[in-house]
Design a protein around this ligand. Structure first.
Ligand SMILES: C[S@@+](CC[C@H](N)C(=O)[O-])C[C@H]1O[C@@H](n2cnc3c(N)ncnc32)[C@H](O)[C@@H]1O
Ligand SMILES: C[S@@+](CC[C@H](N)C(=O)[O-])C[C@H]1O[C@@H](n2cnc3c(N)ncnc32)[C@H](O)[C@@H]1O
Ligand code: SF4
Length: 378
């Protein structure tokens, strides 16, 4: 492979939370006592130094500090981390730096300083403004507190604020789900909204519960009317769950979905890298914090087999609303169009896909039955 020109992002995982929410299976564990932030950050930097080889003369165009609840870390620690990273790897002038936070008062004390140290995208996980539902989800703040903190964050004028909102919650009516959206789009007015349909995941408290989840009809109405509200208030859908004002798409997540490269550091972080030889590898870092802080950073490194690369590429690409440029298949995987032509023709003949000279685009049937479309590429 010639010089690697694929966009490169850096993901940093901070795995601690105040408590484990009943629905969440992201890699996080409850903070038992004071976290030795400096020690963890030193290990993050050592973890990064092992992955420097993957940079291949590129610059980093986005940093995402996710979790867990990264906003449990002080602005001093986050500043030290960002400065040390910048000493080690070139970053581009338009660097997007996101940190995720929960709308708890003590965490919001960090917001002002996060902005001062260069964080330009603040993601706040609200989930809902309905008090009963917040309690049902196991969240640790009130809707009043969430509103106050979003209002406070707005006044700090981050370049972009994202709010995470979930829908199709247990016992949730269409009206309640839409009320959350009206609140967010007309009062909070963030630049970006991530609107997630609740998924019941294994290894979560919810998984073993007999929940009163919305039926198909309610789900259809929530999504159908919800998308109308989002569009009415200027939020354009660019990915299955992602909506933004024009110009505020999340560059980090876009890079994932376009099948770009990203280095993942931290306990449980994953990365996806294209090597000089044109191989595509996935890295998974140790999920056990004891392993990670004993210097066992890398848990697993796996090459994506050639015959799985088209599926991996389209699994990411077809999440996006934008059409897929045909030239990107070779750019991101080194696969030629010829190698996948029969499957493309099958997807077109089954009504999931349409094509022009330069693009492939999912039809509404393809968007609504994405898994059936992707099965063609297995
Ligand atoms: C991993 S959390 C990190 C953000 C922050 N810790 C918080 O809780 O707000 C990222 C987001 O994933 C979403 N999420 C987590 N579990 C989910 C599930 N089972 N179904 C749908 N969305 C989920 C939530 O909206 C959450 O804000
Ligand atoms: C579900 S997304 C939510 C993004 C948020 N809605 C936004 O727009 O900023 C973020 C979560 O996905 C997980 N995540 C993202 N990239 C990751 C990576 N490379 N390795 C491990 N976990 C990752 C983390 O749990 C992180 O909190
Ligand atoms: S949703 Fe956020 S706060 Fe809740 S357990 Fe997951 S990462 Fe932690």
């Amino acid at each position: 492979m010639k010089n690697n020109t694929l966009p490169l992002s850096l993901y940093i995982h901070i795995p601690w939370c105040i408590k484990k929410c009943f629905y969440c299976d992201f890699h996080s564990f409850v903070k038992k006592d004071t976290i030795n932030e400096k020690k963890y950050i030193n290990h993050l930097l050592k973890d990064l130094s092992n992955d420097i080889k993957y940079i291949q003369l590129r610059t980093i165009h986005s940093i995402f500090i996710g979790g867990g609840t990264p906003s449990l870390f002080s602005s001093h620690s986050i500043n030290f981390l960002i400065q040390e990273i910048k000493k080690r790897i070139p970053t581009n002038s338009q660097l997007e730096i996101t940190i995720e936070s929960n709308p708890n008062s003590f965490e919001s004390n960090n917001f002002y300083k996060y902005k001062k140290i260069g964080i330009n995208r603040l993601s706040i996980g609200v989930q809902t403004f309905n008090m009963q539902q917040l309690q049902l989800l196991g969240r640790t703040y009130s809707s009043k507190e969430a509103n106050k903190i979003i209002h406070f964050a707005n006044k700090l004028h981050f370049k972009c604020i994202n709010l995470d909102l979930m829908h199709c919650l247990p016992n949730q009516s269409v009206q309640q789900a839409l009320k959350d959206l009206i609140q967010i789009t007309t009062i909070c007015q963030p630049q970006h909204i991530s609107w997630y349909q609740l998924s019941i995941e294994k290894n979560t408290f919810f998984y073993s519960k007999n929940l009163n989840l919305p039926n198909e009809n309610t789900i259809f109405n929530i999504i159908n009317y919800g998308e109308k509200i989002l569009k009415k208030y200027g939020y354009y859908k660019y990915e299955i769950s992602s909506y933004s004002k024009i110009g505020y798409q999340c560059q980090h997540n876009l890079n994932y979905w376009r099948f770009g490269d990203y280095i993942g550091i931290g306990c449980g972080a994953h990365g996806k890298i294209t090597t000089k030889q044109g191989e595509i590898i996935r890295t998974v870092k140790s999920k056990k914090i004891t392993d990670f802080i004993n210097g066992k950073y890398l848990h697993n490194l796996q090459k994506i087999k050639k015959n799985e690369q088209a599926l991996e590429f389209f699994m990411n690409r077809f999440r996006l609303i934008e059409p897929t440029p045909k030239k990107d298949l070779y750019k991101y995987t080194q696969l030629t169009e010829q190698t996948i032509q029969p499957k493309i023709q099958q997807a077109i003949s089954e009504g999931f896909l349409k094509e022009t000279k330069k693009y492939w685009e999912t039809t509404s049937k393809g968007k609504n039955f994405l898994n059936s479309l992707l099965e063609i590429f297995i």
